[in-house]
Design a binder for this molecule. Sequence first.
Ligand code: ADP
Ligand code: MN
Ligand code: MN
Ligand code: MN
Length: 372
Amino acid sequence: MHGMPNSTLEASPNAALNKTILPKYMDLPIPEGKIQAMYVWVDGTGENVRAKTRTLDFIPKDPSDLPIWNYDGSSCYQAEGGNSDMYLYPVAIFNDPFRRGNNKLVLCDTYKANGKPADTNKRHSCLKAMEAAKDHEPWFGIEQEYTLLDMDLRPLGWPKNGFPGPQGPYYCGVGANKVYARDIVEAHYRACLYAGVNIAGSNAEVMPAQWEYQVGPCEGISIGDQLWMSRFILHRVAEEFGVVATLDPKPMPGDWNGAGAHTNFSTKAMRDENGIIEIEKAIDKLSRNHLRHIQAYDPKGGKDNERRLTGRHETSSIHDFSAGVANRGASIRIPRGCAEQKKGYLEDRRPSSNCDPYSVCEALVRTCILNE
Ligand code: ADP
Ligand code: MN
Ligand code: MN
Ligand code: MN
């Protein structure tokens, strides 16, 4: 095994850099009135984010203050080299937890040269659905599960030639032999709070090196904007530690839990007295649109979730719709507290960890509110 890197620190150039040097430069004052704006967007995979920075000579308050920008679509799996310009339209502004000060992170959606939304711009049609459903005040809370990997893409902290002990002690675990890289989780949580992401909590997951955080409740389109920015921050934080964060829904085949993006959903009527009646109506509609939802719940139209929704490891089968109170083996779970209070929300457990939240929430709104 000589010469084989056996730890993140050796394998990752980022982790090996001397971390005491950068702060000297980040502390430099920058000219009065100038800021750095990092534009962030979803690339042609529908899964990965890209980012680039420009200097501005004003502090943006609203996305409409910000210039539209372009990028090379041919390098983002989105366009041919001969006609490669794609356009970035700013849609949401966050505080930049990496550069601080007045610097900003700017979430953008993407457009082709002909003015049409890019194929992986799922925000455009989601926004239309959200506008049509606005009076119902749809709220969403998404539980984002993810897995940390070493540079060799093996789960962080796992033995290189074997497996950790079976699942059981790791969920919400504490201790050096239970959880790996809490530093990343803590850094990400604080960075999200600073940025203005409505992060609701975090916990260690069932498979070692797997974690979760929740974003929400958020009303309407903002759930997608906030979740995408939280994912950017996660990848960016993990990069500094020399660790890969993957949203693959089943990073380890076999007796290991996959990763989902449980989507908690409610309307005003569901949150009001006896809202359970509305929750049950929504579940009935969902039961008649299972395929539509499976197609919208991962970036490959169901192919990714095939590996995860097996009916085992706290999932339902991809082929069947089911619902139940406190049932973690169902497509839809009504939390016990909501059943008792006869109001609240439902949890759709089907979305894959790498889902596009715009697609998931659009499908929920079209099925449950717009009756499409
Ligand atoms: P679980 O018990 O499934 O692990 P979590 O506590 O991880 O649940 O996540 C529950 C999520 O539900 C949180 O993100 C929270 O913001 C969200 N949530 C709470 N109330 C509502 C509501 N009325 N409508 C939509 N989402 C909600
Ligand atoms: Mn959870
Ligand atoms: Mn979970
Ligand atoms: Mn859940």
